[in-house]
Design a protein around this ligand. Sequence first.
Ligand SMILES: Cc1cc2nc3c(=O)[nH]c(=O)nc-3n(C[C@H](O)[C@H](O)[C@H](O)COP(=O)(O)OP(=O)(O)OC[C@H]3O[C@@H](n4cnc5c(N)ncnc54)[C@H](O)[C@@H]3O)c2cc1C
Ligand SMILES: *[C@@H]1O[C@H](CO)[C@@H](O)[C@H](O)[C@H]1NC(C)=O
Ligand SMILES: *[C@@H]1O[C@H](CO)[C@@H](O)[C@H](O)[C@H]1NC(C)=O
Ligand SMILES: *[C@@H]1O[C@H](CO)[C@@H](O)[C@H](O)[C@H]1NC(C)=O
Ligand SMILES: *[C@@H]1O[C@H](CO)[C@@H](O)[C@H](O)[C@H]1NC(C)=O
Ligand SMILES: *[C@@H]1O[C@H](CO)[C@@H](O)[C@H](O)[C@H]1NC(C)=O
Ligand SMILES: *[C@@H]1O[C@H](CO)[C@@H](O)[C@H](O)[C@H]1NC(C)=O
Ligand SMILES: *[C@@H]1O[C@H](CO)[C@@H](O)[C@H](O)[C@H]1NC(C)=O
Ligand SMILES: *[C@@H]1O[C@H](CO)[C@@H](O)[C@H](O)[C@H]1NC(C)=O
Ligand SMILES: *[C@@H]1O[C@H](CO)[C@@H](O)[C@H](O)[C@H]1NC(C)=O
Length: 574
Amino acid sequence: MALRSTFFLILLSTKSFAQVQDDWSSLNQSVGGKLFEAKPLASPCFSFYEGSPHQMDAAECERLQKNYTSMDLRIERYAGFANSQDEMCMSNTTDQCLLDSTNPSNALAYKNVSCNQGSVSSYYITVSSAEDAQAAFLFSRRTGTKLSIKATGHDYNSRSSIKGTLALWMRGLQNMSHDHYFVPQGCDSGEAVDAMTFGAGVIADEAYTFADAEGVTVLGPYASTIAMSGGWLQGGGHSVLSPVFGLGVDRVVQFKIVTPDGHVRIANKCQNKDVFWALRGGGGGTFGVVLEATHRVESKSVPLAVASMSFPTAADKSNVMPFLEICVNESLRWGREGWGGHIQFMTTKLIHVTPLLSLEEAENSMRPITEFVKSQKGTAIIEMLPSWYSFYKKYLIPNIAPVGQTRILATRLIPTTLFETAEGRTNLTFFLADIVQNGLLPYIPVSTPFLVDDPHNTTSANPAWRASLWHLGYGAITLPWNSTLEQTRMALKKSASFVEKAEKLAPSSGTYFNEAFPWTNEWQREFWDGNYGELLRIKRIYDPDMLLSCWKCVGFEDSVDARSSFRCLDDVLK
Ligand SMILES: Cc1cc2nc3c(=O)[nH]c(=O)nc-3n(C[C@H](O)[C@H](O)[C@H](O)COP(=O)(O)OP(=O)(O)OC[C@H]3O[C@@H](n4cnc5c(N)ncnc54)[C@H](O)[C@@H]3O)c2cc1C
Ligand SMILES: *[C@@H]1O[C@H](CO)[C@@H](O)[C@H](O)[C@H]1NC(C)=O
Ligand SMILES: *[C@@H]1O[C@H](CO)[C@@H](O)[C@H](O)[C@H]1NC(C)=O
Ligand SMILES: *[C@@H]1O[C@H](CO)[C@@H](O)[C@H](O)[C@H]1NC(C)=O
Ligand SMILES: *[C@@H]1O[C@H](CO)[C@@H](O)[C@H](O)[C@H]1NC(C)=O
Ligand SMILES: *[C@@H]1O[C@H](CO)[C@@H](O)[C@H](O)[C@H]1NC(C)=O
Ligand SMILES: *[C@@H]1O[C@H](CO)[C@@H](O)[C@H](O)[C@H]1NC(C)=O
Ligand SMILES: *[C@@H]1O[C@H](CO)[C@@H](O)[C@H](O)[C@H]1NC(C)=O
Ligand SMILES: *[C@@H]1O[C@H](CO)[C@@H](O)[C@H](O)[C@H]1NC(C)=O
Ligand SMILES: *[C@@H]1O[C@H](CO)[C@@H](O)[C@H](O)[C@H]1NC(C)=O
């Protein structure tokens, strides 16, 4: 078995090279030959790898260049991730293997440059059974090598690619099934629900297509390539249908998981209740390897009223605030009418759907914004579509966000109370104007579970979701492939100053674990508030040795972990 001597230097200092090689060989045997070596995605374009000459692959490089900003090729390879911060070691600009996403043929990025491993694992297992995950936990316990889990690689906080770990790649778990009367194991038949089960590798596009063929509606993310049962779900899982149908965690009824103690568990409201609660919002990559999850579905195709608005943004951005002010003023009413969607400035300005209104009601509801959009010579479409799938095909697929960039988010859950008083709306409008003046256009998913409460705290997701109307993205920045550490720091410090302002705007609220600013302070409270203590207690029961550990995940310790395994992120913002 080929081995790179640079890998696991720490192990080499206490073990001989041959011993380490034996460890990997026996691991490979125990997973039936499904252990593989990985180089970064763009390595075929580079003639050096880790400083040594390397065989390029011109055909593969060209294919990659043509597909660099699309997810299609990335989800079919272990080393493919959506955001470049997942591939590179952000604090060490030498330690990366990136192309120029604005021009993937730009030779400056790869000619006579060394492709370095960054935060991509050097070894991964293509998981196809519970036994594979069990073998990985045994290996981890025996050798001290930590694990990471990757489904699709959409994470914004480098949580699915962790330097020096053995990676578990879940994409191969492709099972999907539909059960009209699904009874969670150990519950009585009175608990039956219409539900679909998705293996950990199933992505939204596959789930939506399957649900449509079955004539039902399943709630999922806005990007077609995100996994249904991975980090999206375990971290909360918002959808434009969430105002009426809840978050992903509100709808999941059962998980099948291998916990780090090696046990395969079925977790639901009747058994392994603590694990079930933790997986409903406590975050991916933390409590074990989820093999599949069962999601409650709506037993029919739900017709949707759709509002789609766009207008040219003025060169001086003078029409941005008037538009946002209308949105601020009308959002409370829209929320009560079931509207969910996105407000943004990349292409379409407002795209909203509601299952609660007729066409005429939708037209009346949207009138203030329709009139404004028309005054700006824009287009305003209000229409009825017969199903989620028809909305997905018409509005999501053509607007898929480009990937392959270093894109850092900053978001906050905006409390409903701010929309309820003139003073609150004024404060919010001031904050938005401040962002716009500083060249940071907001991105606003209106995707909180506005009409869906969780009175018995059956989920562990941030309680701030239930008190909020907007999930406001305010400080996203995109960094070029060749950003120096100084340039990166300057850009991030600007974002960080808005993080402070956002926290002042809504001090008692919080931020979404999956889409948070990576350097969020007091992240335990910001991501989970009062739920953190219980989540930590459960983490310590099932993973006392921290075989699974990720950036600002439950159990992560700033003083220990950040300074050792996570320096690629920790050293960035100092
Ligand atoms: C373009 C884009 C659009 C987005 N849109 C939305 C949206 O509409 N709604 C929303 O809520 N979020 C959205 N997100 C954020 C999304 O929720 C996160 O990126 C999430 O981490 C993706 O989960 P994943 O499993 O597909 O990705 P991965 O990066 O593969 O995994 C994310 C985390 O989950 C863990 N994980 C993955 N699979 C498993 C498993 N089987 N068992 C245990 N842990 C696992 C990983 O270890 C990692 O910690 C979007 C992100 C992007 C880039
Ligand atoms: C694991 O075994 C398979 C099958 O024998 C082989 O193809 C693969 O290269 C091995 N993995 C490693 C890392 O050597
Ligand atoms: C990548 O690019 C090539 C050439 O443009 C194209 O034929 C192919 O379908 C693309 N997608 C994938 C997944 O390779
Ligand atoms: C930065 O990365 C390069 C390439 O991987 C490596 O040689 C160097 O030691 C790293 N520097 C630090 C300070 O870790
Ligand atoms: C490649 O880079 C090295 C130093 O990084 C330099 O010595 C060498 O001349 C370069 N080669 C070419 C062909 O540019
Ligand atoms: C997938 O489904 C098939 C057929 O139902 C079953 O035999 C198999 O065990 C399932 N695989 C996993 C990993 O759940
Ligand atoms: C929004 O409401 C405020 C009062 O709360 C009002 O002063 C302002 O003119 C309204 N803006 C728009 C664009 O309707
Ligand atoms: C609005 O902002 C002011 C100044 O920061 C603050 O004192 C006030 O409490 C805020 N009002 C609301 C409703 O948040
Ligand atoms: C549920 O959680 C909220 C927010 O943390 C808390 O205020 C409330 O007391 C909890 N309710 C129950 C029934 O535990
Ligand atoms: C990054 O590359 C671009 C060209 O692709 C160049 O214009 C820019 O100056 C480079 N930046 C740095 C910091 O080298």
